[in-house]
Design a binder for this molecule. Sequence first.
Ligand code: SF4
Length: 302
Amino acid sequence: MGAFSRSPWILHYDASSCNGCDIEVLASLTPIYDVERFGVVNTGNPKHADIFLVTGSVNAQNLKVLRTLYEQMPEPRVVVAVGICATSGCVFRECYNVMGGVDTVLPVDVYVPGCAARPESIMDGILQAVGLLEKKREYMKSMHGRMREMTIERALPADAPEILALQKIVYQNEAELYDDWSLAPLKQTLEEMKADFQNRIFIKAVVGGKVIGSIRGYMVQETGHITRLIVHPYFWRQGVGMKLVQAMEGWLPEARRYETFMGHKSTHTMEPYQKLGYARVREEKVSEQRDRVYFARERQAT
Ligand code: SF4
């Protein structure tokens, strides 16, 4: 395997393992097997991790934890299911409280078989994950060169999982900005977002088959309300936000004015609106840490 562009950091999570696989994960980190010789570091912080190592199967208790940890990891990221429980649920898969393997809730990239998975197999899985991580990193870089291929189109409910995952990535930056982890977009469920498709227009920006941005809008009387402008941090400052706002305005042809809002420190979200002529119209306090700032503009006669 060629040189890595940087050391991959792993996050190990015991979903509902019997601890057999966890002991083997630890063994792979000890001097006998020493997976750290490949530059791998075991971290407890999902925001620093590249590889998500999961043991055990998925149940109703750990489902949300798995999703939250995964969503807190920066992209690109790779998921490794360690052991047959994480792979398929093993003999427990028919249990009333077991939902299945990790791929029930997360996209798994590497499966490590075994009960318990042997340290050699775990190391092999980690090295496969490192290779995939490099490929994903290259892919993300190549996306920058493909911005001219970007398409902006109406999103469908089938796009909800991808848009929701992107929303969680983007709003983690917002949560850090305000030191407020109770933001509604971070808590939104897939079912809630699918319900939003009933009364909101969703638009997506797509590059290379991947949703890199989204926005939604709806009408109230003569005002077109535009909300939740999200752009993947890899694609900030490339005009994606402005294009999404303009596209959404086009989807609200009966509007005589447009209105939006964002947090008072969210300058990166304000910027595209301000460039398009939106002006600050009012503010309101929504929490100790955050004020909501409203921007609006009249529709220009054509
Ligand atoms: S695969 Fe075997 S050792 Fe690993 S968590 Fe499941 S039962 Fe335990």
